[in-house]
Design a binder for this molecule. Structure first.
Ligand code: HAM
Length: 436
């Protein structure tokens, strides 16, 4: 017989897996709520055009896309950013500012599979719309940090690398490059960590070899790891634009320091982010040991809402992926084990006793207790074993003898003590047990 398997890179969630996933989502939701973000959702299938040119070549090449029965070119969403821009853009004038939104959703990219990378994965996305200044970045980097710290991770486990595409533009402009060349250099910088010198091949194919002096300056800039070093390199260039931008940097780093978060954040001009729409500050979170791929990534994208047909609306946001994040929690022993235990297990004799038990089971479940019982008649001894193996705190015993006496036996599965209660008082007695 043919056995059907999941498509490569797709995941199934058995109950224990889903418990772990739910645990992650629960804490992300709680944290986003504490930061005043509101949750939204959107379709999984979108018009292909939403991603064409807007997300960038890399994501475009990874789309799961097809033509639907109505002849529309469609794609499974590879990311949330264009979608949330459409949502916000359509109602921008009616929404209270700043707009602070988050979502937890599944995404699809036809990627080469590796540790922490699949073809379907979840992301927690958080974005702020309508705030042009670095106050939005402060809020978002704080939220990102808290989303990881809520699980017990510390600055010894992860850090956020902070960079700035604006500064890269100003710097490369000052070195005499035009916009097309600047974009190609940034493409090389994005890949430099992984590919080394080969990262400049695409630039060379398009524009010829990057002149050695310029390349040295690019390599010097991408190695900058502090604000003073950045200020020193930019000082000879000068100008108002640059001075204002360095002011934004001081505000951002000062705000994060005042929140006590400076230990999580490192200036690192080597990060530029591959996605096409970023316009200003960009950041990525990584595990400290450098063993895993990125935990999260984000940045400012002030032009995208307008490019997608909405009003001019500044925006900044990030996404955390669930796969590398779960790996990190497991590596650090911070992923709890989940047991699905009932509160109460009912041990039941024959058919008549079953009917008596059913009334109580229904009433107790309506009160919110997790109640389980054997679906079919099973020997008493076996039922007692199931009851104690189940992790339940109480067993309710419905035997023929008890039924005849108009009582139910209640056994505390912790200390193994037993008592008898009148049938009519089962619910009240159980409530008393669980509230004292
Ligand atoms: P991204 O860097 O493409 O950014 O993805 C963010 C995170 O999603 C990554 O750091 C990674 O944890 C996870 N991720 C991405 N691709 C995969 C994959 N194939 N398998 C497993 N995990 C993956 C964005 O998607 C931007 N839209 C984020 C953003 C929100 N920017 C502004 N707002």
């Amino acid at each position: 017989m043919a056995t059907f398997q999941t498509l490569p890179g797709f995941r199934e969630f058995y109950p224990e897996d889903l418990s772990r996933r739910n645990h992650i989502f629960r804490l992300w939701r709680q944290t986003a709520g504490a930061y005043g973000f509101a949750e939204y959702d959107a379709p999984v299938l979108e018009p292909l055009d939403l991603y064409k040119t807007k997300s960038g070549d890399e994501i475009e090449g990874q789309l799961f896309s097809f033509t639907d029965k109505g002849g529309r070119e469609v794609a499974l969403r590879p990311e949330m950013t264009p979608t949330v821009c459409r949502l916000v853009g359509a109602k921008a004038s009616a929404l209270k500012r700043p707009i602070k939104w988050y979502s937890i959703a599944e995404f699809y990219r036809y990627e080469r599979m590796q540790k922490g990378r699949g073809r379907c994965f979840f992301q927690f996305n958080a974005d702020i719309f309508g705030e042009p200044g670095p106050e939005a970045e402060i809020e978002l980097i704080a939220l990102l940090t808290q989303c990881l710290c809520s699980f017990g991770l510390t600055e010894q486990d992860f850090y956020v690398r902070l960079s700035d595409r604006n500064l890269w533009f100003y710097y490369l402009e000052a070195l005499g490059l035009d916009e097309a060349r600047i974009r190609a250099v940034l493409g090389a910088v994005d890949k430099f960590e992984k590919m080394g010198d080969d990262a400049f091949k695409a630039y060379a194919e398009q524009f010829g070899e990057l002149e050695a002096g310029l390349k040295a300056k690019v390599l010097e800039f991408l190695q900058i790891k502090s604000l003073p070093a950045l200020e020193a390199v930019l000082a000879p260039i000068g100008g108002e634009k640059l001075a204002a931008r360095l002011g934004d940097w001081r505000k951002l780093l000062g705000g994060l320091a005042a929140m006590g978060l400076e230990r999580f954040v490192e200036v690192d001009l080597g990060v530029v982010r591959g996605l096409a729409y970023y316009t200003g500050f960009v950041f990525e979170a990584f595990d400290r040991k450098g063993e895993l791929r990125a935990l999260a990534g984000g940045g400012r994208y002030d032009d995208l809402v307008q490019k997608l047909g909405g009003p001019a609306l500044p925006a900044v946001g990030f996404a955390i992926g669930d796969m590398t994040f779960a790996l990190l929690l497991e590596q650090r022993g911070l992923m709890p084990t989940f047991v699905q235990a009932p509160d109460i297990y009912c041990v039941i004799g024959g058919e008549a006793e079953r009917r008596a038990a059913f009334a109580d089971i229904q009433a107790l479940r309506a009160m919110g207790y997790r109640v389980d019982y054997p679906l079919k008649e099973v020997a008493f001894g076996k039922q007692f074993k199931t009851a104690s193996d189940s992790g339940a705190k109480l067993a309710l015993i419905y035997g023929a003898e008890e039924l005849a006496k108009g009582i139910v036996k209640i056994r505390d599965l912790g200390d193994r003590t037993e008592s008898e209660v009148a049938s009519a008082n089962v619910a009240a007695t159980v409530r008393e047990f669980f509230t004292t």
